[in-house]
Design a protein around this ligand. Structure first.
Ligand code: SF4
Ligand code: SF4
Length: 74
């Protein structure tokens, strides 16, 4: 099974929360105290073990702030 990891470009993020809303595996949560330089609240990958690199979060981000990395386990 593929495992995933996401990289969030903090400067591009606008704190909309779409990534959290659309991750069906519940990997992403909006932080309560982490903001970017523009003052937007940032998402964090709270449970990377559950990420299967589906790519939905990256596709739904309106600001192209998420890169999804996919790892294949042997
Ligand atoms: S790649 Fe898929 S499973 Fe991983 S955080 Fe994004 S939406 Fe969730
Ligand atoms: S969808 Fe994109 S802009 Fe919105 S909170 Fe997630 S990373 Fe930030």
């Amino acid at each position: 099974m593929a495992r995933g990891e996401i990289v969030i470009n903090q400067n591009n993020c606008r704190g909309c929360g779409y990534c959290q809303a659309f991750c069906k595996r519940g990997c992403i949560v909006m932080s309560e105290d982490k903001f970017n330089l523009l003052g937007y609240i940032l998402p964090i990958l709270a449970d990377s073990d559950r990420c299967n690199a589906c790519g939905v979060c990256g596709q739904m981000c309106p600001h192209f702030a998420i890169e999804v990395c996919k790892f294949i386990e042997n």
